[in-house]
Design a protein around this ligand. Structure first.
Ligand SMILES: [Ca+2]
Ligand SMILES: [Ca+2]
Ligand SMILES: [Ca+2]
Length: 357
């Protein structure tokens, strides 16, 4: 072989290697491009198949809990909750001042699927759960004598065997006031069927005459008031249905109170007391509302408390399933405030819902 032939062969060889390298590089690039294209197409298909809806959005003045149902109305199953984006803009009650606030929430895996929330499907009862003001009222005669008064009247089924008694009213000591806080209930979003019930009597017949005034308050604001003149000495049940205007004036169902005012009205002797053996406030069911108050959740976090009818792929949100979501804000929602929620899934599907509290 001559030098020329060898040289030619070498050049041809080098050229072929160069061509192969180029081709191989082009193939890799084309492959990568196709792979990116496939990924984009996959994502587009995924996005087009994903659809969500927000239903039963609920929040109430004075509470930092928000609940809603996130329904899967598409064909993709949803599971990557940690990469969902949950945003809320709301009128926050910051130390009594309504303040427009925007917050982003982190998914709480630890709180998820505890199923501690309750469907607000049944009639609610707010019952005495604390003494706010005791005055001269006692539980020594009618109760267990431990100085905690509300527990004498908080039973779910009326029982007159235990009661709380006012101080002895005379021409010299004319009035005695006792105030109890009521347990929290959810805003039923209706003004109908708000019923206050209580049972009262004069301690013994004869003697001076006494009146009883009962007030329903929200904080220190009076919602309604009823006075019973010349109270009789047998236990009497009072059933008071709030007027529409009275029920509508309640803006915070978590801060309701009852006040009992026993008043001397006439006669000289002997002094008498007022006894109260039972009290409750009935309000309608908060239908469609999911009550998250028993769900343990840190502030600025959201979680899925349960998926309703979660028969397929437990804990994954399949088509036509609904996730019951609890969200804890940093501040309570201001009375009559607005709450706007935006949820974006991991693939970027967004839904917004608004509520006027
Ligand atoms: Ca007691
Ligand atoms: Ca009782
Ligand atoms: Ca499922």
């Amino acid at each position: 072989m001559g030098l020329g032939v060898a040289l030619m062969g070498g050049i041809a060889c080098a050229s072929m290697i160069a061509v192969f390298t180029l081709l191989s590089s082009m193939t890799t690039q084309t492959h990568e491009l196709n792979s990116v294209r496939t990924q984009i197409m996959d994502r587009e298909i995924q996005l087009s198949k994903t659809n969500i809806d927000i239903e039963s959005l609920y929040a109430q003045g004075g509470s930092n809990l928000v609940s809603l149902t996130l329904s899967n109305v598409g064909n993709e199953k949803l599971w990557d909750y940690e990469n969902f984006d949950v945003l809320i803009t709301y009128d926050a009650d910051v130390g009594g001042v309504p303040t427009l606030t925007a917050e982003r929430f982190t998914y709480s895996k630890d709180s998820a699927f505890s199923q501690d929330g309750i469907y607000g499907g049944s009639t609610q009862f707010a019952r005495p759960d604390q003494d706010i003001l005791k005055g001269g009222w006692t539980d020594t005669v009618g109760g267990d004598g431990d100085g905690t008064l509300y527990e004498e009247i908080d039973e779910s089924v009326r029982n007159d065997a235990d009661f709380t008694r006012s101080a002895t009213l005379t021409i010299l000591g004319q009035s005695d006031t006792w105030q109890v806080g009521l347990s929290d209930v959810l805003d039923p979003q209706t003004s109908s069927n708000h019923v206050v019930r209580y049972v009262y009597k004069k301690s013994t017949g004869g003697g001076i005459t006494v009146d009883l005034t009962v007030r329903l308050l929200q904080g220190t604001t009076q919602i309604a008031s009823w006075t019973h003149n010349n109270v009789d000495s047998t236990f009497t049940l009072a059933t008071q249905t709030l007027l529409e205007s009275e029920a509508n004036s309640i803006t915070n169902y978590a801060d309701l109170r009852l006040t009992f005012v026993a008043t001397y009205t006439g006669g000289i002797l002997p002094g008498r007391e007022i006894d109260v053996s039972w009290a409750e406030l009935e309000v309608p069911a908060a239908s469609g509302v999911y009550d998250c108050s028993a769900v343990i959740l840190p502030q600025k976090h959201w979680t899925i408390d349960r998926i309703s009818d979660d028969l397929i792929d437990p804990k994954l949100l399949n088509a036509e399933e609904g996730a019951l979501i609890c969200i804890k804000l940093s501040y309570p929602v201001a009375a009559n405030g607005d709450v706007d929620v935006t949820i974006t899934t991991d693939v970027g599907k967004t839904k917004t819902a608004s509520l006027a509290v």
